[in-house]
Design a protein around this ligand. Structure first.
Ligand code: ZN
Ligand code: ZN
Length: 339
């Protein structure tokens, strides 16, 4: 059946090398996807570094996959056909038997199949995935634009639409990087009075270009919570920054019954006292990505509102360079590998 190339890591923490795999036909309920683009996500570091439990090396990461169905396995619902444009994100399928799955809450499946861990991911010319992982890509989106929406996009889009904020409410987005630049655009399109919070005066213009109604520079003597309260308080803070200190500093900027929605991962603990939460009845919750249907909704909304991720692309052969650039924070928002 021929071969295809992957960018793999042979052992935890090693650099990427290009390897060849033999093509095998997809099993029942699976499709083989000819990958056209795959985003590089910060959480790929957990796969490359061997941090996630149960990883087997060599590892091929990549959970922001966009391409076309090349082959359909037996027992696959007829809605999926060869040639269909599909994306597979962080949600790479669920087990259907754990308690959350039986409750229909697939994104918190105890055996969630994340591409790159449960099966080889999208740093590859070919990926075989279960059909419950598939999201249909609208015609208006290129593969490069669709790919990051399977993780960065759906996490911010879903985090906002599942929050307590209603049109007209004030929503603050902490950080305007790979996740945050999308979050600001989604927040504006959803009808929220949108506040971008980032470091330094230089980001103010950029935040305004994204459509933010207000900008808070968190550096220097600025007290972020006071700045938010001066605007009337935030009903929701969507924390995309990977900095627990900066996240904690927003809590007193929430309105009564305000919500802090955490989606940026940092190993350091949040510093929030019970008093900050109890009297104003504030809540803090984590938000994980979204299912294939959520990814499809994210892509449809993005197409409708002309929202695209800001990407820098590199060919698969430069996967190592792309990954290093992303991790060093020197990428322009999102690195995307093209096949
Ligand atoms: Zn991700
Ligand atoms: Zn499950």
């Amino acid at each position: 059946m021929g071969t295809y190339r992957v960018a793999q890591v042979a052992a935890a923490g090693e650099r990427f090398t290009i390897a060849e795999r033999e093509q095998t036909p997809p099993g029942p309920g699976h499709v083989r996807i000819a990958v056209e683009a795959c985003g590089v996500c910060h959480s790929d570091a957990y796969f490359v570094g061997g941090v996630l439990p149960g990883l087997r090396f060599p590892v091929v990461p990549g959970h922001e996959i966009a391409g076309r169905i090349a082959e359909v396995g037996e027992g696959t619902p007829e809605v999926w056909r060869v040639g269909d444009r599909v994306a597979v994100g962080w949600f790479g399928g669920s087990c259907r038997v754990c308690t959350p799955c039986r409750q229909g809450d697939f994104i918190v499946c105890r055996n969630l199949k994340v591409p790159g861990g449960a099966y080889e991911g999208g740093y590859a010319e070919s990926v075989t995935a279960p059909v419950d992982a598939l999201a249909r890509i609208p015609d208006a989106l290129s593969a490069e634009d669709a790919a990051p929406l399977g993780c960065a996009g759906v996490t911010t889009f879903n985090g906002l639409r599942r929050s307590a904020a209603r049109p007209g409410d004030r929503v603050a987005v902490l950080g305007v990087g790979g996740l945050g630049h999308l979050a600001v655009r989604y927040a504006v399109a959803m009808g929220f009075e949108t506040i971008a919070i980032a470091r330094g005066p230089a980001k103010a213009d950029f935040a305004k270009q994204l459509g933010a109604h207000h900008y808070v520079d968190s550096t220097g003597s600025t007290d972020v919570a006071q700045a938010l309260q001066a605007l009337g308080g935030a009903h929701v803070v969507l924390a995309t920054a990977t900095d627990s200190e900066a996240v904690s500093a927003t809590v007193d900027g929430l309105t009564p019954r305000g919500e802090l929605v955490v989606i940026g991962i940092d190993a350091a603990p949040l510093r929030i006292t019970p008093g900050q939460l109890i009297m104003p009845a504030r809540t803090v919750h984590g938000h994980p990505s979204g299912t294939a249907q959520d990814v499809e909704d994210t892509m449809a909304f993005s197409a409708l509102h002309g929202i695209r991720p800001m990407n820098e692309t590199m060919p698969l052969a430069q996967a190592d360079e792309a990954f290093q650039r992303m991790m060093a924070g020197s990428a322009r928002f999102r690195m995307v590998l093209t096949m």
